[in-house]
Design a binder for this molecule. Structure first.
Ligand SMILES: O=C(O)CCC(=O)C(=O)O
Length: 237
């Protein structure tokens, strides 16, 4: 798996120091006008572009990541702009983002804890729109506690990050390689002292407050290192 060499120096002020290495949380990365425009483009996409999964629906742009290489597809201009903008922050160690997942979560929806794995350069960048969510982080299942040892999601839970609409979240290093991330399937989020980026994300909210979810649309922008540029060689050894 590739290594990340960090974001531009001026973004170091956005590191969430209380979390494990490395999280950048950048509030208001996009403007309200950009958010409205992006949401319009997402919902203007043809219906077959959507894949309905349990707990969310998604659009895949740039190609389908595959161990043998992603057959690259042209990124639409409205997403290319943000691939370029985030790549210019050195989020992908000088490489260019070439893949975007659009996830839509209605209130009550979410995503099971998972790692993104070796098909991507080890950096996740996410622009959030429409609503906040809480992203929860978990230790991986431990092999050292012996087979049969109970390892509930609750016991593996580490902490959460509050992601507000228009923010950019960047996860690298241990946060990418080791910890699992997920979003609870619920309608409301209560802020606790386990939400580690409250100083920059809470606004007027404080620990103990409950935030009601609306529909959230996220753009997960990543770099897929292994790309096949032509269909010609598909299926050949
Ligand atoms: O919507 C998000 O912020 C998380 C998305 C995610 O984890 C994924 O698509 O793998």
């Amino acid at each position: 798996m590739e290594h990340s060499d960090g974001m531009l120096e001026e973004f170091k002020t956005f590191v969430v120091q209380a979390a494990q290495p490395t999280v950048y949380y950048i509030p208001d990365f996009i403007s309200e006008d950009e958010e409205a425009y992006l949401l319009e483009q997402v919902y203007k996409s043809p219906i077959p572009k959507w894949t309905q999964l349990s707990g969310r629906r998604l659009q895949n742009w740039g190609g389908l990541p595959h161990p043998k290489g992603m057959l690259a597809e042209k990124m639409p201009d409205w997403l290319q702009k943000y691939c370029d903008r985030i790549s210019s922050l050195n989020a992908f160690s000088g490489k260019m983002a070439n893949h975007v997942l659009v996830n839509e979560y209605k209130p009550g929806e979410g995503i099971m804890p998972h790692v993104d794995g070796p098909l991507y350069h080890p950096t996740i960048t996410t622009i959030s729109m429409g609503s906040h969510t809480l992203l929860d982080f978990y230790k991986p299942l431990s092999s050292t506690q012996g087979p049969g040892a109970p390892q509930t999601e609750e016991s593996r839970y580490q902490f959460s990050l509050l992601v507000r609409p228009r923010s950019l979240l960047v996860l690298q290093d241990h946060m990418y390689q080791t910890l699992l991330h997920g979003i609870q399937l619920c309608h409301q989020d209560t802020l606790t002292d386990k939400v580690l980026n409250l100083p920059s994300a809470a606004g007027a909210a404080v620990v103990g407050d409950t935030l009601t979810r609306g529909t959230r649309v996220s753009l997960t922008i990543r770099h897929v290192p292994k790309v096949i540029k032509t269909k010609l060689f598909l299926g050949k050894k």
